[in-house]
Design a protein around this ligand. Structure first.
Ligand SMILES: [Cu+2]
Length: 474
């Protein structure tokens, strides 16, 4: 038995031929020329009403007064609507695409068949411009998941994860204990990216590095720090924060001065050893469920610990009842992020097979774009990356031989973190793990979800530039 029952019904008028989009490097730019043609088209009528509808469309978004940007979003809001689904209860979601290019939505962290998972490379069809498509599936596993565009952006910084095309998808357990008084959902995002030469800006090495993205603004949800409604709390409350880093390429480290962050789940999966910490690190695509005891009345900033991040807008005001005044910030104690503190000691089942993966950069040089390789090859040559046999356990021993961070994401499976550097651990279950520069990480997964499954870096520009491989089932 597959661990899910799902069907995908295409309701677009004609099927589009599958093309391997990431082998076409800068396809998005050419497609952008036909702006506007999709808007006037009629949609195929879908017989039954879906449980949810997502409409992909352009959006003029006010991040702050006089800071208005043009982006794309779902249902005219950023993040898109929160999809709260019940574990195992079949749901149908219609996606309409009112933009000028074909797009696709990926259900991040869910076990969805390859043909509906929202990755072109796995065989999911694009939602063509002017078209619509219905997804029907039984959501699992429970926890804080999300959905986002899995399109290629290439050099177009308006597209895919550079845009507002993301939202929370929460799979609720059949019975939820709900040991909290209030729930707050915050998605971090960076906006207004531009391609820059970091080594020119910093006058530092490496001299042959290519272009990277730098951002002018950042938000939690759709507002810059100080411009949205504050989070209103009362003393004595236990607040559950579901935090998501939806940034296309940037890590964030967050703190709420005077408060401890009790991490109970990472990537939506409960951790064996919940920990109270001062600062929370999230790489792109990572989530954390954090309980905060509201026991320091005042008006505070929950925000990025770097001054430049908060200046850019990454923060939100937390206001206790009957408290007034300027929002307070104070620098938290510094600590290095360590996934293993949330784990437990072994023992671990021995893997049936071990695969060494080396991630390397091919610097683009001045004015060029960097390329990325897995064991010396770039997508689409990294297909297959690994052939697995159903039911077996695989260990990926990953080595990042570059000076950049890589949040490595595996589709359609949950993996167990088994080693970070030379620290062994067990029980931390994730779908994305960040590799810091020149580091090693080992993860184990059980091949329990037959079908094509991508492994890729969640940095939009890294995945677009070759950092992607395919896990296939024998
Ligand atoms: Cu990367």
């Amino acid at each position: 038995m597959f661990k899910h029952a799902i069907s995908l019904t295409s309701v677009s008028r004609q099927p589009r031929s599958l093309m391997h989009r990431r082998s076409l490097l800068v396809g998005a730019g050419a497609a952008g020329m036909i702006l506007g043609t999709a808007m006037g088209r009629a949609y195929t009528q879908i017989a039954n009403a879906p449980d949810y509808s997502l409409r992909i469309a352009p959006l003029r978004l006010e991040l702050a007064p006089k800071k208005v940007i043009d982006t794309f979003a779902y249902n005219g809001m950023v993040p898109g609507p929160v999809l709260r689904l019940r574990e195992g209860r079949q749901v149908s979601i219609d996606i309409r695409n009112d933009t000028d290019i074909d797009d696709i939505i990926h259900w991040h962290g869910l076990y969805v068949p390859s043909t509906a998972n929202g990755a072109m490379e796995e065989g999911s069809p694009m939602v063509e411009r002017g078209g619509a498509q219905r997804y029907t599936f039984s959501p699992k596993p429970t926890g804080t998941r999300w959905y986002h565009s899995h399109n290629m952006a290439g050099t177009d910084l308006r597209r895919s994860l550079y845009s507002g095309m993301y939202g929370f998808l929460i799979v609720e357990p059949a019975n939820d204990a709900g040991r909290y008084d209030q729930e707050v959902l915050l998605a971090a995002h960076h906006w207004q990216g531009s391609w820059v030469s970091m080594q020119d800006i910093r006058s530092g090495p490496p001299p042959d590095n290519g272009l990277e993205v730098m951002y002018a603004s950042a938000t939690f949800n759709d507002k810059m720090l100080g411009h949205g409604e504050p989070i209103r709390v009362r003393e004595g409350q236990r607040v559950l924060f579901r935090l998501l880093n939806a940034s296309p390429t940037e890590n964030v480290t967050l703190a709420l001065p005077g408060h401890r962050l009790n991490v109970i789940a990472l990537d939506g999966n409960p951790v064996p050893s919940p920990q109270s910490i001062d600062t929370l690190f999230l790489a792109p695509a990572e989530r954390a469920d954090v309980i905060v005891e509201m026991n320091r009345p005042g008006v505070w900033i929950l925000g990025g610990i770097k001054d430049e991040d908060r200046k850019m807008g990454l923060g939100v005001v937390v206001e206790y009842a009957n408290q007034r005044g300027e929002p307070q910030w104070s620098a938290p104690p510094t600590s290095a992020w360590d996934y293993t503190i949330f784990g437990r000691e072994g023992p671990l089942p021995a893997p049936d097979e071990r695969l060494d993966l080396i991630f390397e950069k091919i610097p683009g040089g001045r004015g060029g774009y960097n390329r990325w390789t897995i064991n010396g090859k770039s997508w689409p040559a990294v297909n297959p990356l690994l052939n697995v046999e159903r039911g077996k356990r695989y260990r990926l021993a990953m080595s990042n031989k570059s000076g950049d961070n890589h949040p490595v994401h595996l589709h359609r499976h949950t993996f167990e973190v088994t080693k970070v550097g030379d620290k062994p651990t067990a029980g931390v279950m994730k779908d994305t793990i960040n590799m810091t520069r020149f580091s090693t990480v080992e993860i184990d997964f059980v091949a329990d979800d037959p079908g094509l499954s991508l492994l890729h870096c969640h940095h939009q520009d890294h995945q677009d530039e070759g950092f992607m491989g395919m896990v296939t089932y024998l």
